[in-house]
Design a protein around this ligand. Structure first.
Ligand code: FES
Length: 579
């Protein structure tokens, strides 16, 4: 074993590997069982590769392969790469919802990074909650950190047409219920939708966040759009391995890249790409870890003038492969140059402008120039009123313009089981003007705030050709979903929010332009209903384990749904020895 390199400040890994004593023997000797030679402990940067690979997360199923390319770059740049696993959150597999476990992943990642002799970390993730959970945990340690996303899967194909993850599932299932598609064709579409490893290839939550980490300078250019199986993603991983070693050498920590300026860039790019509503929760939670001032209202005010530029499902027509070939996120950022903090520093040490100054649009059906956008209205609109004093959100680009100002009678469902048991009943008292209200699906209520806010429409209205209705809940919706869907109503019903007091027959008034959402009942009536205990929370239902911890400590939507005791950072202190 060699003594520590004499190159400036001692790296934190040398507190383990650089000691010529019993403790150093223990740290090095057991690692040598992996075939590592003596000289790799000589003070070179140790790079942890935090991998959410899992066969239960098909979107991340290729990440063991990607990790090998990261290692090439790390070795080449003079570092020591060490891959380690982290809890994987398969969006389509986990019950009751992967979001319940985002904070658990964040805890695991934080303690895995801090507890090990690591100087820098590469986060490998992609499926919706994996990257945000990893980034939250890494932010509370604040080592040099970069991200490589899974990348989108290949475009879906069915009967000669492109079909999009999630978005076409929602469309096809409604078509079956309306009698416009046979069950046989529905089942055949299932075989053509998911053609390769990678994340959903619509602008769902995974694609959104992969583009946003690029816009925040936390990943190399084209991280967001390069298909999972494209050789370009392996090359990006190789180059990222070089970059993370340089970040350690320059002590370029996560907090030097992930700043308020970077988050403002993310919010503006989010609007231009028609990003998922879930990104709101994740960015708020990440900001909380780093002590960055960011509010729910920032999503509305910072991007109010940014139109939709990317014509992708669910707000538009195309899919992620098309977006990549058209120029990807750099081409979008170039259109937004006047609105971006173009000098925000990236993982390379250069400004964000380096990512996009040479970018071009290669297909202006897919990426529109800013002078001729897909839609003028995009981003996230934040609503307030006596239903949602803490706020609620809507994604206008995915809504029906004619429903953005609407007044209607509420049809209330007390929980998801109530909804599923009644929504298709022929006697359900609804028409196209009714507003569907769903309670009990917030962070505490479900628990975990599932993606059920885009409630399916009543079958009898589908059969009459109704395509959209105003829907309100304390739930989330999939980033692949669409409709005039008001989400994240806060405080949620389970936390005593007024949503819990709305009753069937109440008149609800919604005016998106005025950012208002209210039920036409007096404050006295609201008080009377509350005093009468008309919505009862489930306090005490969760008796043990993570569910109890989560229920007792989860924050509301406008604070990002982190656990209250995880907000903030504990830094990268090297703890006392284990022996
Ligand atoms: Fe994993 Fe959509 S299910 S990204």
């Amino acid at each position: 074993m060699s003594s520590s390199k004499k190159s400036g400040k001692q790296l934190r890994s040398q507190h383990s590997y650089g000691k010529l004593d019993r403790d150093g023997f223990i740290h090095r000797s057991w690692m040598k069982s992996e075939g590592l030679p003596d000289d790799v402990f000589d003070g070179r940067p140790v790079i942890g590769i935090c991998n959410t690979w899992s066969e239960l997360t098909p979107c991340n199923a290729h990440l063991r392969d990607i990790a090998e390319y990261v290692k090439r770059g790390v070795w080449e740049a003079g570092g020591l790469p060490l891959e380690f696993p982290a809890m994987s959150l398969g969006e389509t597999q986990m019950r009751p919802t992967a979001m319940l476990f985002r904070n658990l992943l964040a805890m695991e990642v934080e303690e895995s990074i801090r507890g090990n002799p690591i100087d820098g970390v590469v986060l490998l993730g992609g499926c919706d909650k994996t990257t945000p959970g990893q980034l939250m945990g890494a932010a509370s340690v604040d080592l040099p950190t970069l991200i490589i996303s899974s990348g989108p899967m290949l475009n879906g194909k069915y009967r000669g047409c492109d079909i999009g993850s999630g978005t076409d599932v929602w469309k096809f299932s409604e078509a079956v219920r309306a009698g416009d598609m046979s069950l046989e064709h529905f089942m055949a579409a299932e075989n053509g939708m998911s053609r390769s490893p990678g994340t959903c290839m619509t602008m769902g939550s995974a694609s959104t966040f992969a583009c946003l980490v690029e816009a925040m300078g936390l990943a190399l250019p084209l991280n967001g759009t390069t298909p999972a199986v494209d050789a370009g993603r392996r090359s990006l991983a190789h180059q990222s391995g070089r970059v993370i070693v340089d970040m350690v050498k320059k002590d370029r920590r996560l907090s030097t890249v992930l700043t308020r300026a970077a988050m403002e860039n993310a919010i503006r790019v989010h609007a231009a790409i028609g990003g998922s509503t879930n990104a709101v929760l994740h960015l708020l939670a990440i900001a909380g870890r780093l002590g960055i001032e960011l509010s729910l209202d920032d999503f509305d005010t910072l991007a109010g003038d940014i139109p939709l530029l990317v014509n992708l499902q669910p707000s538009g027509k195309f899919l992620m492969e098309d977006f990549h070939y058209a120029g990807g996120t750099p081409a979008v950022m170039k259109q937004l140059d006047a609105s971006l903090n173009s000098d925000a520093v990236t993982i390379t040490g250069g400004p964000l402008n380096d990512y996009y100054k040479a970018a071009e649009i290669f297909n202006d059906d897919v990426i529109k120039p800013i002078a001729d956008p897909v839609k003028e209205q995009s981003g996230i609109w934040v609503l307030r009123g006596n239903i949602c004093p803490g706020g609620a959100i809507i994604k206008p680009s995915a809504a029906s313009p004619e429903l953005l100002k609407h007044s209607g009678r509420a049809m209330v469902f007390e929980n998801i089981e109530d909804f599923k048991s009644r929504i298709d009943h022929p006697e359900l008292d609804v028409d196209e003007n009714t507003i569907l209200v769903l309670k009990g699906c917030g962070p505490k209520g479900y628990p975990g705030m599932p993606e059920v806010g885009n409630m399916q429409l009543p079958q009898k209205l589908l059969e009459r050709g109704v395509k959209d209705m105003v829907r309100i809940s304390d739930a989330r919706m999939s980033g692949t979903a669409f409709g005039t869907v008001i989400l994240h109503a806060s405080p949620e019903a389970e936390a005593g929010g007024p949503l819990g007091l709305v009753k069937t027959g109440d008149i609800i008034e919604f005016d998106a332009a005025a950012r208002s959402l209210s039920v036409k009942i007096s404050s006295e009536e609201m008080k009377r209903r509350r005093a009468a205990g008309e919505y009862m929370p489930q306090v005490g239902k969760h008796k043990r384990g993570y569910y109890k911890l989560y229920y007792d400590h989860v924050l509301q939507a406008e604070e990002g749904c982190d656990l209250d005791f995880l907000v903030g950072s504990s830094g990268s202190v090297v703890e006392r020895e284990s022996h």
